[in-house]
Ligand binder design. Sequence first.
Ligand SMILES: C[S@@+](CC[C@H](N)C(=O)[O-])C[C@H]1O[C@@H](n2cnc3c(N)ncnc32)[C@H](O)[C@@H]1O
Length: 246
Amino acid sequence: MQNLKKIIIKRYNNIKILEKYKQYSFSGLKKIELKLINKFVKKNSKILDVACGSGRVLLVLAKKHDVYGIDISKKMVFLTRQNLIKRKLKAKLEVMDACSLKYKNKSFDCVLFLGNGFEQIPEKMNRIKALEEIFRVLKQNGIFILTTQSALFPDFKIWVLLFFQYVKYHLFKKIKEFEFGDLILKDITDVYIHISNPFFIKKRLKHIGFNLIKIVSEKNKKFPYFTKGLIYYVARKQSIKRFKRL
Ligand SMILES: C[S@@+](CC[C@H](N)C(=O)[O-])C[C@H]1O[C@@H](n2cnc3c(N)ncnc32)[C@H](O)[C@@H]1O
């Protein structure tokens, strides 16, 4: 297994991290998430929560929808399962990689990829694969809501950090999958995160066949791309997938 994927799996199977997520499980949806879901997701939808973690999002949605959740960490899935039992709720959970979904084409009305899950997929080709997989499992006119951090946030310190980490991990430590935009930080364990360029995300979503219907950020309403907080992309599956590579 590649080095970066090992870091991710090790983190989300770590007992202290699981304890932290256990406390976070019932914190509910953020205002902006609730607003977007209420606006774009119909009642009784069949929803897939990708990288569901300990179930923060899924536990709210399971009350009104037919919910499915996947996560790459076995222990996170176990934790969500326990949380569902505690609240007497139902959802179908599986350990699965977002880059290779085991669902049939056109299975879901809505797919959610919220709260830094997408940022934890190493390598551009894998992030593209995950977006293509989500497109595939969505029904025609299905809704996809994605969050990412923004590499365009004008913070000199972050740009310097990105540069030094690239030199350190890619060039010196020879982790060949470490790309510019990747960071390895410390929070109990190592945390891997990729800071995305929102122009790339937008272009890629469109190329795959999504119609972007809304882009908003929590902190910068006027210029959502230049935010320190998360960017929310709401996209609709509209066309047949084009196969031409960018
Ligand atoms: C920061 S947590 C987000 C949890 C949840 N979405 C939320 O908003 O509270 C990131 C989650 O992504 C999961 N993850 C990382 N890479 C993944 C992958 N390739 N496929 C599925 N899940 C993944 C991790 O195991 C972890 O539970």
